[in-house]
Design a protein around this ligand. Sequence first.
Ligand SMILES: *Cc1c(COP(=O)(O)O)cnc(C)c1O
Length: 346
Amino acid sequence: MSETVGAIDLRSDTLTQPSREMKEAMMQASLGDDVFGEDPTVRQLETKLAGIFGMEAGLFCPSGTMSNQIAIRLHTGPQTEVICHKYSHVYLYEGGGIMSNSQASVKLLDGAAGKLQVEAIRESINPDDDHAPETTLVSLENTMNKGGGSVYTLEEVRPIRQLCKETGLKLHLDGARLFNALVYSGERPHDWGKMCDTLSICLSKGLGCPVGSVLLGSQATIRKARKVRKALGGGMRQAGMLAAAGIYALDHHVARLEEDHDRARLIAHLLARVPGVSEILPVATNIVIARLDRISPESFLEQLADKQIRAVKFGKDQIRMVTHLDIEDRHLEAMEQRFAQWKVRF
Ligand SMILES: *Cc1c(COP(=O)(O)O)cnc(C)c1O
């Protein structure tokens, strides 16, 4: 049975292959030169996504790293500081871009499940003092990748937004997986649009597109963002083929994220029974993080790979599995069988 399934790749939700229907939508896209602002499909995607979140404008970018870095560039600069969680993607996984693109300092905070608490932020805002960089930005991540796909609720973010308003700070939301959070919480996109100055959404994660992210903000912000995107080399020409995949995904791949979340919970149950797994972080969305004892992540992953199951190391004693569009029930059935036959070597 599991032989017919073959490899089960849970390393990331970026691994998805565009479906035949998505490719057809890409082939039919009307195209133009987007650096001239003339690609109708890119414009349609930007307007559509801005509309979903009740924000004024959008900017199609080649990656989530670029859309985050553009936002940070707009909200910071030399001798300023951004407050973010020590596990945030913008700090850990964007090649040191905050420093190289914006020349800004970073204040890293801790917080359970990768989330920031409003009081911790309040205490970290620098005083108006010659010694200190000027705090100008708070950057949040929802869902929080390294927090195990954890979800901020509106109730948690509202006081942070309020604090930012009172103190004149900008708020950026790295919403690479914000749709996963919304499907989990049932909250409305419009309410999240009101929570931040800039919002980055990834199309190439759970939504299953080959390429692309969109930065959302006010008209004035996105006007400036276009210039930064150009300087970073992210101005694309007939990008409508890629944008068409995004439009298709927004129409067809949002509600189904629930299935990814259900399967992640099932994987957590299966993993919990494997010898060597000491703990599973609470699963909210499509990310499962397992903590190991008596066995290294390397050895665990190698033995998993022998069973044609792939995952990634995620910290010194943890592994991560991510469900996505190309993981179906038959894969989980095969996984259960392969786990049952697994004699873990310590
Ligand atoms: C994937 C991801 C990004 C953007 O990554 P790219 O690979 O550059 O598109 C940003 N933030 C989070 C939390 C992510 O998981």
